[in-house]
Design a binder for this molecule. Structure first.
Ligand code: XUL
Ligand code: CO
Length: 439
């Protein structure tokens, strides 16, 4: 194993009372919890782009963190990044990683030169995977960063750009298959528009679906058995992103017959940008049998953009994990930390400290979610709230037997129904939640 972080020990579970910053307080990877080791329940993944690439540049200043990993030559730097990725996973007991094509190897002058660079790096990753047993949660193609994608990739008005995106995605799927990836993500970076004055929305959406069908057909042809995902996001970079939220994406997938192959990758900060809670988006995905994977992070409610912070809000992680439990746990998906340390947290140490914070927040959230289920008060309340649909007129409605005439007769006989309306008891339920969290 490489030694880029030689001052950082292997991070171990020491329990909630520990004052050791390089220890887990709640994440105990091999503890059996609900029938499986915690590491298998939570399926944490390292995001290659934030962790190995992003140096903290923003529109007001250059990067503050050094992610060159001691290399002077470009390709050496990317080899070092690959080795560093596995050192990070190893030290943190993280079993999975996710990447964009351009995170693992930088773009060159031409597509074939870029592909050669990928072919040079993929064996380095492959070798590390073999040695460590780490796995690829999902791969994706960055079809938004290069200026050629200024008007979109699949939704670009220029057919050459569509062709280039398809070629890039083809290669990214090949790499994902070669590395045994369980998923392939479409995040529609610039798939959206700024003004309808220059945009044919219907044509662009048809083209996006064409590209996805091509990708699915090709992936299945070369043996990809995993899930394709769409990752909804409402804005940023375009004003109107086509993949606004989970509901919008589900309508798109069904319209174009893509719903058999695609599930959703729900990201916390994207949910809140869309004006939803994280667990709302998860619930929409779950109840439509489209829950796939999670990009774990959190936004700042006072800022209107995608801050991609490491998740530390335990209310959110607990309610998220409650949805995951209700979905029956992860299958091909997992918890990918699409999160970056703040620009001021620029030391290599901060990579570890921020992962520890995020992993502990999810481990604690998971423990609380299991308590909510075992306690049963919240589930029982919800069940009782709808109990009038189990008998009488309610049962007839659910069975599809009640007609409009019968319902009218029923209501006329009742005269008024105000007396049977129960309280929603929101405050009581919130206090139950608090007692389960802090009691
Ligand atoms: C951008 C974002 C992406 C996707 C993968 O907001 O979340 O990093 O997760 O392209
Ligand atoms: Co994401």
């Amino acid at each position: 194993m490489s030694d880029f972080f030689n001052g950082i020990p292997e991070i171990r579970y020491e329990g909630a009372q520990t004052r050791n910053p390089f220890a887990f307080r709640y994440y105990n990877p091999d503890e059996i919890i609900d029938g499986k080791p915690m590491r298998e329940q939570l399926k944490f993944a390292v995001s290659y782009w934030h962790t190995l690439c992003a140096e903290g540049a923003d529109m007001f200043g250059v990067g503050t963190a050094d992610k060159s990993f001691g290399a002077a030559e470009l390709m050496d730097m990317y080899k070092n990044k690959a080795n560093a990725a596995f050192e990070i996973m190893d030290k943190l007991s993280i079993d999975y990683f996710c990447f964009h094509d351009r995170d693992i190897a930088p773009e060159a002058q031409t597509l074939s030169q870029t592909n050669e660079r990928l072919d040079e790096i993929v064996p380095v990753i492959e070798e590390n995977m073999k040695k460590s047993g780490k796995k690829l949660l999902w791969g994706t193609a960055n079809c938004f960063g290069n200026p050629r994608y200024m008007h979109g990739a699949g939704t670009a008005p220029d057919a050459d750009v569509f062709a280039f995106a398809a070629a890039q995605i083809k290669k990214a799927i090949e790499i994902t298959v070669r590395l045994g990836g369980a998923g392939y993500v479409f995040w529609g970076g610039r798939e959206g528009y700024e003004t309808l004055l220059n945009t044919d929305m219907a044509f662009e959406l048809d083209n996006m679906a064409r590209l996805m069908h091509l990708a699915v057909d090709y992936g299945r042809k070369i043996g990809f058995k995993g899930d394709f995902y769409i990752e909804p996001k409402p804005k940023e970079p375009t004003k109107h992103q086509y993949d606004f939220d989970a509901s919008t994406v589900l309508a798109f997938l069904r319209k174009y017959g893509l719903d058999k192959d695609f599930k959703l990758n729900i990201e916390a900060n994207h949910a809140t940008l869309a004006g939803h809670t994280f667990n709302h988006e998860l619930c929409v995905a779950r109840t439509n049998r489209a829950f796939g994977s999670i990009d774990a992070n959190q936004g700042d409610m006072l800022l209107g953009w995608d801050t991609d912070q490491f998740p530390t809000n335990v209310y959110e992680t607990a309610l998220c994990m409650l949805e995951v439990i209700r979905a029956g746990g992860f299958t091909n998906g997992g918890l990918n930390f699409d999160a970056k340390a703040r620009r001021g947290s620029f030391e290599h140490k901060d990579i570890f400290l921020s992962y520890i914070a995020g992993m502990d927040a999810f481990a604690l959230g998971y423990r609380i979610a299991l308590k909510i289920v075992a306690d049963g008060r919240i589930d029982e309340f919800v069940k009782a709230r709808y109990s009038s649909y189990s008998t009488g007129i309610g049962a007839d409605i659910v069975a599809g037997k009640a007609t409009m005439e019968q319902l009218e007769n029923y209501a006329l006989k009742k005269g008024d129904v105000r007396a049977s309306v129960g309280s929603g008891r929101q405050e009581y339920l919130e206090s139950v939640l608090n007692s389960l969290m802090f009691g």
